[in-house]
Design a protein. Sequence first.
Length: 346
Amino acid sequence: MQLTSELISEAVNRGILSRDQADELCRFLGEAPPAKPSSPSFTFTNVLYYLGGLIAIGAMTLFMTLGWQQFGGWGIFTIAIGYTAVTLAGSRYLMKKGFPTPAGILAALAISLVPLAIYGMQEALMMWPADRPYRDYHYWIDWRWAVMELGTLLAGTIILFLYRLPFAVMPTAVTLWYMSMDFAPLLSGGNDTSWANRKAVSIVFGLVMILIAVYVDVRSRRRPDFGFWLYFFGTIAFWGALSMSDSHSQLGKFLYACLNAAMIFAGAVISRRVFTVFGALGLCGYLGYLSYSVFKDSLLFPVALTALGIALVGGGIWWQRHEEKISHRLRKILPPALRETIENAV
């Protein structure tokens, strides 16, 4: 919550501050230097940081070539462990020098190397067939990736506990997303399961990730924001599986639209744009379905949709005028710890 002159005046009216104290506080705020942002700002320096970091992480994950298979299992394991040690040492050094953003990127790279190291060890122990190279880990759903995923979660948790860098949550959240797809066959004993079961497991994993993100928010007060990547990939797992669940009834499709509308609303209340973005995509998808299937021959549907869009714009104007009061009332419903977390982030 930002400290404004209106809030100071309200504190005076309630007897929390005297008028002299309020005047002194206003003078102090006017002389104080602007606070540094608590999250990385969008600057060219940070663009270079994240671009370089993502390229390095991609080189050891998505863009891994088949040529690495010639090193053999123990060769892959040794190289991955060496890379991990170097990146963690670099991350620690950058933290001491006051560069938290590149330090977090190196920590994330270290976590991203863990599945490669585990794969190398498994390959050396003859646990993988010749037609299953490491690069398939990021492309194919396979229950046998479970050991690599569990090992990555353990390593990610340890590194995050020791380094306390928000970007290090990213590869851990990606691993949880992978698990939401790979664990459906594992739960059935390794047998191939139907898409319905896979989507159900993904929905449950997504919801669990979102609940974990809420817990992390409450514990950290979003300072720094450790929950962002958990919200992001948890929403992908939940919303993606739900969106692919084809309901054959109009009621089911309508409920899906209502859920997406609720996500938009929830994103505004708890200040998480990821809910708003995916909720808007789902709602637009439902409107597209109505346009191309249910009302494809209707003359009035485009007119009604235009009126709805204009009404939403008007609703946005009304919301902007009353947002603070409405948000304050809605957040009173939330648990005190979560309400304080959201207000700190706004």
